[in-house]
Design a protein around this ligand. Sequence first.
Ligand code: GLC
Length: 472
Amino acid sequence: MKVIHLSVECFPIAKVGGLADVLGALPKYQRKLGIDASVVMPWYDRKFTQENEFDSIASGSFYQGSELLQYEVLKEANDQLGFPLYLIRIPGKLDREEVYCYPDEADQWLSFQHAFLHWLKADQLTPDLINCHDHHVGLVPFLLKYSHEFQQFAHVKTLFTVHNGQYQGWMNWNKGILLPGFDTWRWGLLDWDGLINPMAAAVKCCDAFSTVSEGYLKELYVDANGLQSLFESESQKGYGIVNGIDTDYWNPQVDTLIDANYDLNTVSKGKLKNKKALCKKYKLDASLPLMSFIGRFATEKGAELLAEIIDQLLGKVKAKMIIFILGSGDQNIQSDLQQVLEKYPKQIAVYFGYNESLAHQVYAATDMLLMPSRVEPCGLNQLYALQYGTIPVVRGIGGLKDTVIDVQEPGGYGIVFPEARVEDAVEGVMRALEIVNQGDLLLEIRDREMKLDFSWHKSAQKYLDLYTKLLN
Ligand code: GLC
């Protein structure tokens, strides 16, 4: 079974969020099950592309509106990722440093999708199924079926995986002329509320769609940033498959990015060593319980609550603890955090930016990980936390609700609080703190956490079952 994953992020080539982690791991685990899985993504001017070898395997050109675009397909030469990786390079469109936030984002992703299809046709590639990830590649299911140029691929099955329904890739209809020619009377399939909506088009035209947890699938039927009625009406082809984590890479026993390796039997000592190393570097008192936040500063992640949560914990409640924040994003959130940092400099350290190896060190060092998300399709950070014997303190939503069982439940190993509200989060952290301060209980909880299996094995099999169903 030949499956192509289409995405604009993939770890370690280009990572902004969890989407990249999924693309960097899932195909590898799928290949172990015998699926011929590969990844096709845009070329970026980044470390990975500069430092690795690539073979140029195809090239061509097409018109995007009146602009003639030249593309080149580069294949990673040494198969070091555990799956074939193809990068599409288009001078002026797909040759940039960052993934997002360019003013011509719509043109960027249109060019990626068109070039991919053009290559498919020129090289007569024959995938059995194309797994499209998020709205950036959401027009592919439509174009396969209704573009004159690609009619021969109308039979190719498509699975559209929703990692985040909040972003839908909206564009004005004046962008319509940039698409490859299509049956114009089908325009309604592209439209939602007077705009071209690639996420909506994908849900309408794909053979099936999946979400990255079962809980999130149900939530989309009620609230999907305007698309809830569409998700509902297409629900007969909706599936929820929870993400896994790459345990070759996220594993405290072998992780080369942390200070001290540890396992189930050495977790207390190991975590303490990592904590001491982190605290030394950031001038924090390692004898106090450590809580961390890792992620994008976005309202979706509840990040604008952080400063207030911290202020309450350290000010009003006078909790004896230290806090580490690693992330970047919204400038207002960043300046609120800066202010609270200045208020409690001895108890807080902040790293503004993206830093993969520091993230590993923090998972290994921290006692608690806070995730006050408003929306969380799956969430991977809580899974990394569990793998490193860290107590996740999460708001019970989407994938967080599916993967974290509160300590008050039988067999529980985390803290789940009801709403993305300051009071709820503070109470959650205080409950976690109580556990951290009780040696025996902490040991028991860490033991439970580290025995959990959130590797990709199970979920990769679920994808295979779904692909098989679609192909039969
Ligand atoms: C998005 C979601 C996150 C999910 C990730 C990978 O980043 O916000 O919840 O874990 O995609 O599927």
